[in-house]
Design a protein around this ligand. Structure first.
Ligand SMILES: Nc1ncnc2c1ncn2[C@@H]1O[C@H](COP(=O)(O)OP(=O)(O)O)[C@@H](O)[C@H]1O
Ligand SMILES: [Mg+2]
Length: 220
């Protein structure tokens, strides 16, 4: 069973009397232990597709399944809960809170959990991405690569089945990108997550188990 499955997903945007069909019948799946990259020209629908997979946007028609459950008709609260418990996000510009330490940033998405060991898991994740000696540092005291490691640890704190990344290596130099991708590959296997990454980065594509090409709202 796939972690995420899109079936004949269409997304239409209406703005100013004009209709844009951003996704035109997309079929897609992401499985545990697999990293899939989504590539395609600007405007081809990559962000729209990632937003639909991440339950941040709903399709105009078609079906979205998470762990085999049809979530297409979930309301806002149900989608938020599903997102919180099953999906981690990593962004190009890290999105860390500047006044919090590394360990506090990692713990943040689990603040609603009553689980007492979230602090230990945050420390464990930071150690596993090589930041065991940077736990109390704030983002301005960390390099770009270290910030992205904090963001990856944060994305994994709730033990998601699905990790979504939008240009995760976009702000990193090639060597730092390679180190991060080695770590992501290791965590992918250790945590048994499905990873879907949108990218222009050839280096990231080299690390993918599979690549899908999106052109004008269709997978080619
Ligand atoms: N909120 C929106 N309202 C109207 N049109 C949108 C919106 N979001 C995206 N689009 C349009 O949908 C198409 C796909 O956009 P997007 O998914 O951002 O592509 P990509 O990420 O591949 O550059 C584009 O034509 C874009 O202008
Ligand atoms: Mg985009």
């Amino acid at each position: 069973m796939s972690v995420v499955e899109l079936t004949d997903v269409r997304k239409r945007y209406e703005s100013g009397g004009e209709t844009v069909e951003a996704l035109k019948g997309v079929d897609f799946h992401g499985d545990r232990g697999e990293m899939v990259t989504v590539i395609g020209p600007s405007g081809s629908g990559k962000s729209t597709m990632l937003n639909v997979i991440g339950l941040l946007d709903t399709p105009t028609s078609g079906t979205v399944r998470i762990d085999g459950r049809d979530v297409t008709d979930f309301d806002g609260d149900e989608l938020t809960e599903e997102r919180r418990s099953e999906i981690g996000f990593v962004f190009q510009d890290f999105h860390l809170l500047p006044m919090l330490t590394a360990v506090e940033n990692v713990e943040l998405p689990s603040m609603w959990e009553t689980d007492v060991d979230r602090h230990d898991r945050a420390i464990d994740l930071l150690r596993r991405v090589g930041l065991g000696d940077r736990l109390r540092h704030t983002p301005d005291q960390l390099s770009g690569g270290q910030r992205q490691r904090v963001a990856i640890a944060r994305a994994l704190i709730n033990e998601p089945d699905l990790l979504l990344a939008d240009e995760p290596t976009g702000n990193l130099d090639r060597d730092t990108g390679a180190t991060i991708l080695d770590e992501v590959t290791r965590l992918k296997n250790e945590e048994d997550v499905a990873i879907v990454a949108v990218t222009h980065d050839e280096q990231l594509v080299e690390y993918a188990d599979r690549t899908v090409n999106l052109v004008d709202g269709e997978i080619r």
